[in-house]
Design a protein around this ligand. Structure first.
Ligand SMILES: [Zn+2]
Length: 469
C-alpha cells in the first residue's frame, strides 16, 4: 500500500453538473491511500487517516492530487496534424488536410511512431481515460492498443469507418462488407483484451472497442443499417458507439445541410437512430444508448437533445475545435437544460490542446461570450466535473473512475505548480478567495508542465520512448 499526501481536489459521489459545487472536495492536507490491487482505500484529511493504514509507505507530493482527466473525443491518426491550414471550415479541412494526413498511417512503421507519440501526449496531459477516434488501418489500431496497454492507460477506440468519400479519402475507404468485417474483427481481438476473456470484466477493462463511423457523410444507408445490426449484438458486451453530430451548419453546403440532403432525413440524429431512410423512416436498429457518445452537437434541435437525453447518450463537447473550424458555439444553457450528459473532448487535431484543462479554459470563455441571457459563467467545480466525473459517466465507467472516492480504481494525477514557471505565486494569491476561486485559477492556468505524475489503477503510467518514423 502507498499513501500519497497532498491537496486533494475532486468532485465526490455521483454528483451532477447542477450540484458539482456542493460535491467539491478540496482538502489541502489530504491523504490518498492506494491498496496493492490499485484501488483507493482511503481518501480524505490526512489527520483522519485510519490508524490501520498509517505507517505504510508515504509519498509526500507537496502538490495537488486530482482525478485523471477524461478526454471523450480525440483522433489518434491526427496526432501530428494539429494546426493544419485548410482554408475553410469542416468539410474543406477534412478533404484538404485530414484525409491525406490519415492516409499516411497505412505505413505500419509510421503508424507505430504516431501511436507512441499519441500515448506520450496523453501521459503528458494526464489523460487517464480516453475515447479515441481510430485509424482506418487495422495495423495502426493494433499499434494504438498495444502502445496504450504497454503504458497502462485506459482506452476506448475503434477504427474510423468510411465507405464513401472524396478522392483524397480513397485510401481510407473500404467496401460495405469489409467495413462490417473489420469492426467485428477489432471487437473480437481488442474489446476487454486485458480482462482475459471475462465478459463481465470487459466492461471495465483498460482496452475497450467502439463502433466508429466517421460521420453520416462518410458512410451509406447500407453501412448504417448493417452497423445497427452489429451494434445490436455487440452492445450487451459493452461495446461503444461513437461518431460526430451537428458540427457545421453552413447554409446550403455545410455538414448538416449535406446530411439532410443526402439521406432526406428530418434531423441529423435520425441517421444514427435507425431512422436513416428518406423521410426519417426506420431503416434499422438505433445506435444510441448508454455507451453512445456523439461529438460536437453544436446545432441540435430541441428534439435531438431530448432524444440524446432519453437514450442515455452523451455529448463530447469540444469548444477548442469549434473555435478552430468556425463551427459555432454549443448553446450551453439549452443543452444543459435538456438533461443530456455533457463531457469534454479535445478533438485533436481540429482542437490543438491535449490538456483537458486547456479545453475547459476555452469552454469557460466561449459560454461566457454567448449573447445576452444565453451567456453563462460555468462554475469552477462544474469545470472540474466536466473534465473528470462527467467523462467517466459518458464512458459508463463511473463505477471505477472519475473521482477519488474510496473503492474506485486509483486513477489520478499529481499536479505540481512549482513545475510551471510563475504558477505557484498565482495560486497562492488565489487561495485567499476560497476553494472555488483557487480551483478556478488552477484549472484555467495549468499547463502540461505542472502534470508531474500520472497513475492508473495505482500504477504509475510510463511513456514510451519517442519513435522516429
Ligand atoms: Zn472529431
Amino acid at each position: 500500500m502507498t499513501i500519497y499526501r497532498g491537496h486533494l481536489l475532486h468532485v465526490t459521489g455521483s454528483a451532477t453538473l447542477e450540484d458539482a459545487a456542493e460535491a467539491l472536495v478540496s482538502e489541502p492536507d489530504g491523504a490518498l491511500a492506494v491498496g496493492p490491487d490499485g484501488r483507493i482505500l482511503y481518501s480524505g484529511a490526512w489527520a483522519d487517516l485510519p490508524a490501520s493504514l498509517a505507517g505504510d509507505g508515504v509519498v509526500d507530493t507537496g502538490a495537488y492530487l486530482m482525478p485523471g482527466f477524461v478526454d471523450t473525443h480525440v483522433h489518434f491518426p491526427q496526432t501530428l496534424t494539429t494546426d493544419e491550414f485548410g482554408g475553410g471550415e469542416l468539410l474543406e479541412w477534412l478533404e484538404r488536410c485530414v484525409f491525406p494526413a490519415e492516409s499516411r498511417l497505412a505505413d505500419p512503421v509510421f503508424a507505430d511512431a504516431v501511436a507512441a507519440e499519441f500515448v506520450r501526449r496523453r501521459i503528458a496531459a494526464g489523460t487517464t481515460s480516453a475515447l479515441v477516434f481510430g485509424s482506418a488501418f487495422p495495423t495502426a489500431q493494433d499499434a494504438l492498443f498495444t502502445r496504450t496497454l504497454d503504458a497502462g492507460l485506459r482506452i476506448v477506440s475503434g477504427r474510423g469507418i468510411q465507405t464513401v468519400g472524396p478522392a483524397s479519402a480513397a485510401a481510407l475507404l473500404t467496401s460495405e462488407d469489409a467495413a462490417i468485417g473489420l469492426a467485428e474483427d477489432e471487437i473480437a481481438r481488442w474489446h476487454g483484451r486485458d480482462a482475459g476473456g471475462s465478459a463481465s470484466d470487459a466492461r471495465s477493462a483498460l482496452a475497450q472497442v467502439a463502433v466508429v463511423p466517421r460521420f453520416s457523410l462518410a458512410v451509406t444507408a447500407e453501412t448504417l443499417g448493417r452497423l445497427g445490426d452489429l451494434y445490436a449484438q455487440a452492445q450487451a458486451g459493452g461495446v461503444y458507439f461513437h461518431s460526430h453530430l451537428n458540427e457545421n451548419d453552413r447554409p446550403g453546403d455545410g455538414e448538416i445541410a449535406a446530411v439532410r440532403d443526402l439521406y432526406g432525413v428530418q434531423t441529423y440524429l435520425d441517421t444514427y437512430d435507425g431512422r436513416h431512410l428518406p423521410g426519417s423512416q426506420t431503416g434499422g436498429e438505433s445506435l444510441l444508448g448508454r455507451r453512445s457518445i456523439l461529438a460536437h452537437a453544436v446545432h441540435c434541435t430541441d428534439g435531438e437533445l431530448h432524444r440524446l437525453a432519453e437514450t442515455g447518450s452523451s455529448i463530447a463537447h469540444c469548444p477548442t475545435s469549434q473555435l478552430f473550424l468556425g463551427s459555432g458555439t454549443m448553446p450551453w444553457r439549452r443543452t444543459v437544460a435538456s438533461g443530456v450528459n455533457i463531457a469534454i473532448g479535445t478533438d485533436i487535431g481540429a482542437g490543438d490542446e491535449w490538456l483537458i484543462p486547456r479545453v475547459l479554459n476555452d469552454c469557460y470563455k466561449v459560454h461566457m461570450s454567448e449573447h445576452g441571457d444565453r451567456g453563462a459563467a460555468i462554475g469552477p467545480a462544474q469545470l472540474l466535473f466536466l473534465g473528470t466525473l462527467a467523462g467517466a459517466r459518458a464512458l459508463d465507467q463511473e463505477r471505477v473512475s472519475g473521482n477519488l472516492d474510496a473503492g474506485k480504481d486509483a486513477d489520478f494525477v499529481i499536479v505540481d505548480p512549482a513545475a510551471q514557471p510563475g504558477f505557484g505565486l498565482s495560486l497562492d494569491t488565489a487561495a485567499d478567495g476560497g476553494d472555488e476561486s483557487h480551483l478556478f485559477t488552477l484549472l484555467m492556468g495549468m499547463r502540461e508542465a505542472s502534470v508531474t505524475g500520472v497513475y492508473v489503477r495505482g500504477q504509475r503510467v510510463l511513456a514510451p520512448e519517442p519513435v522516429v518514423p
